[in-house]
Design a protein around this ligand. Structure first.
Ligand code: DX5
Ligand code: ZN
Length: 219
């Protein structure tokens, strides 16, 4: 059964703390926080000070998904803000290895994200230096986009390579995830489902979380 990481990009920003508490009480496993700089992606969202102000609303692990051009410049601020897992994009302008090392040196878990157009084998050299692999199933920048099934084979390929290298790193998938696409992702091997619209726009949030968690166990 996959774990569920609601993406607060789809939440009501005018009362984000309450939304974080609500989804935590409804049974989420993580809080997925989308950070955008208007440069790496064509949208601007939130920074470390907002993450800090949300920290007291939930005991769940915070995943800060950094869709920013120079993550190495901001990793410490996100670590200090109370993020537990910091995800950087392999496509960002940085020394990937150094940034991953920096995240771990701050006592945090390091995640590496790969966009749909990027071949998954580009992350292979880093598999022993990460704690989470994030497969994007939409081009990053906005919530509410359609799921791209063509990325699903990346999960199995990455897991095969992990086995070859003797490592076991959980795989998160992010973008267009709902009960149907989550089913496909879970069957492809995804361990964590990041989902925004299908959780925060659902009439029954707890039901939506349960439906996502049931992915992969349907007959
Ligand atoms: C997109 C973000 C996703 C997005 C998911 O760039 O990284 O986390 O918010 O939202 P939905 O589930 O609505 O596609
Ligand atoms: Zn995200």
């Amino acid at each position: 059964m996959p774990l569920v990481a609601p993406s607060i990009l789809a939440a009501d920003f005018s009362r984000l703390g309450d939304e974080v508490r609500k989804v935590s009480d409804a049974g989420a496993d993580f809080i997925h926080i989308d950070v955008m700089d208007g440069c790496f992606v064509p949208n601007i969202t939130i920074g470390p000070s907002m993450v800090k102000s949300l920290r007291s609303y939930s005991k769940l692990p915070f995943i800060s998904h950094l869709m920013i051009t120079h993550p190495e410049r901001h990793v410490k601020a996100f670590a200090d803000s109370g993020s537990d897992i910091i995800e950087i994009h392999i496509e960002a302008e940085q020394d990937v290895r150094e940034t991953l090392k920096l995240i771990r040196s701050l006592g945090k878990k390091a995640g590496l994200a790969v966009n749909p157009p990027t071949p998954v084998d580009e992350v292979y050299p880093y598999l022993t230096e990460i704690d989470l692999l994030l497969i994007m199933s939409v081009n990053p920048g906005f919530g509410g986009q359609s799921f791209m099934p063509e990325v699903l084979p990346k999960i199995g390929l990455a897991k095969k390579e992990m086995a070859k290298r003797g490592v076991k790193v959980p795989v998160e998938i992010d973008g267009g995830i709902n009960a149907d696409t989550g089913e496909l992702a879970a069957r492809a091997g995804a361990d964590i489902l990041a989902a925004g619209t299908s959780v925060f726009k659902a009439p029954d949030m707890r039901r939506a979380l349960d439906d996502l968690r049931a992915c992969g166990s349907k007959d």
